[in-house]
Ligand binder design. Structure first.
Ligand SMILES: [Zn+2]
Length: 303
């Protein structure tokens, strides 16, 4: 055997080992680099849409709550005129049961109309869900043109109601007229009532009209079904037809709800509106632009 042949074989063997080792290390290095790049790309994708990743990992119920919070709330002010009368007790029961705030524009004369009405008025005063406001003392005896032709007489009639019922609110609603007198909103549906409306505002009263009415017929039954009224409310918000965007004042009348059918319609409407996530309810005294007056301080009303 050639003595060199062993050395040659040894050298050739070492060269082969070195070659394969380098190859193996190179392959491992490229594999590692490839994995690192892949991981970096995945991390970037997660960062880019982290909200989707978080939402996807939330249970279904939490996801819905989270989406709901993002929606902007719209406020509905439910108001009832002309109480206390035969329908007031049902209105009060529904408001208390449903725990929604409502503003009752009351008529001074009606409180003294009967023992029953005086008692209902006491219950109304004690409800945490009722805000009381002024709908005049006489309701113009329903002779509106004559009433509004004497602005001083109109102011006195509201003042008489506020004094006799010791109302702490300066918010009023004019009988038979949709009149608005706030800082930024001035509207009179009948120009012959304009001077009387201005006189009320000059004397420190806030005159609150309405955006939508739940009408009633001459048998004192509601005209719109609760389904139709809820649709009308949705539509007014969608088409921005309210005096103030995202705020809707609804006018209803106590006397309509003295019967069982219309009472259940009222309950039905309230539960429909409560079921819509975007709607909130509030007292008129929190309507945008209402000047807050300390409760019980009627001396602030200008004489
Ligand atoms: Zn009225």
């Amino acid at each position: 055997m050639d003595p060199d042949s062993g050395a040659y074989l040894k050298r050739s063997h070492i060269t082969k080992i070195a070659f394969f080792t380098t190859l193996a290390f190179s392959a491992f290095y490229f594999y590692k680099e490839h994995r690192n790049a892949q991981n970096a790309r995945m991390k970037m994708a997660v960062k880019k849409d982290s909200s989707t990743v978080i939402m996807a990992s939330l249970p279904r119920e939490d996801k819905e709550t989270s989406l709901r919070k993002k929606k902007k709330k719209k406020t509905i002010y439910i108001t009832f005129d002309d109480g206390p009368n035969k329908g007031t007790k049902n209105v009060l029961d529904i408001i208390n049961d449903e725990k929604i705030p409502a503003t009752l524009f009351v008529i001074g004369e009606h409180v003294y109309g009967s023992k029953l009405q005086a008692d209902v008025y006491d219950s109304v005063r004690n409800s945490a869900y009722v805000e009381l406001a002024n709908h005049s003392f006489t309701h113009a005896h329903n002779k509106f043109a004559k009433f509004y032709s004497v602005p001083g007489g109109v102011v006195n009639d509201f003042k008489r109601c506020a004094d006799s019922l010791t109302l702490s609110s300066n918010i009023v609603r004019t009988p038979g007229r949709n009149i608005w007198r706030l800082n930024d909103i001035k509207q009179t549906d009948n120009h012959l009532s304009k001077d009387a409306a201005d006189a009320l505002q000059k004397n420190g009263y806030i005159v609150m009209g309405w955006d939508l009415e739940w009408h009633f017929n001459d048998k004192l039954q509601a005209i719109q079904s609760p389904e139709l009224l809820a649709t009308q409310i949705d539509s007014m918000f969608v088409h921005n037809r309210t005096k103030t965007t995202d705020h809707l004042v609804l006018l209803a009348h106590d006397q309509v709800y003295s019967n069982a059918k219309d009472s259940s319609s009222l309950r039905n409407l309230v539960s429909k509106l409560k079921g819509k996530d975007e709607y909130d309810f509030a007292f008129i005294n929190s309507y945008p632009g209402i000047e807050k007056m300390p409760l019980g301080d009627s001396s602030l009303l200008k004489k």
